[in-house]
Write a protein that binds this ligand. Structure first.
Ligand code: CA
Length: 173
């Protein structure tokens, strides 16, 4: 199965981590697990995950602080998981920039569905990006569409299109 996306799991409870990893991998997602906020921040910059699943109660820092840091440079989807079920925490996490919120204990299928929906939403909001990564060229068999210079090549031959025709073709691709 092709990898659907890379998920960074930030959670200090090992049992929950391995459980989440099993469920995500069974559904085609690659996962990276870290147990501290410090490791999370270093993984976020070095591994560019597509989605982050973040526990709010970490041993070295509050998950809210991580959301605020990430939002300083990235709009990547963040799903918060927490045992705290008070509305105050949810509101604080969402205010800081989290995209979704799941309270422990959670249904693994629900978590997977939320990961999927966040990936879809992020890709839709960032057209021309493949799971959030910039991409200027789309290739489908003999067809090459370059977004940057609006060039369309079919089996080695350039095809002239109006800007509207180009946009439609690009959207379809
Ligand atoms: Ca925790």
């Amino acid at each position: 199965m092709a990898v659907r996306g890379k998920v960074l799991i930030v959670e200090d409870d090992r049992a929950i981590c391995s459980f989440m990893r099993r469920v995500l991998e069974a559904n085609g997602y690659e996962s990276i697990i870290v147990g501290t906020g410090r490791e999370a921040l270093s993984m976020l910059t070095s591994h560019c995950p597509d989605v982050v699943i973040l526990d709010l109660g970490l041993p070295d820092m509050d998950g809210i602080a991580i959301i605020e840091k990430v939002r300083g440079w990235s709009g990547m989807p963040i799903i918060v998981i927490s045992a705290r079920n008070e509305d105050k925490d949810k509101i604080e996490a969402l205010d800081a920039g989290a995209d979704d919120y799941v309270t422990k204990p959670f249904n693994p299928l629900e978590l997977t569905a939320r990961v999927k929906s966040q990936l879809r939403r992020f890709t839709q909001l960032n057209p021309g990006s493949d799971k959030g990564k910039p991409e200027t060229e789309i290739q489908i068999r003999g067809l090459v569409i370059n977004k940057e210079n609006h060039k369309v090549v079919v089996y080695g031959e350039e095809v002239k299109l109006t800007p509207i025709e180009f946009d439609i073709l690009y959207l379809l691709a």
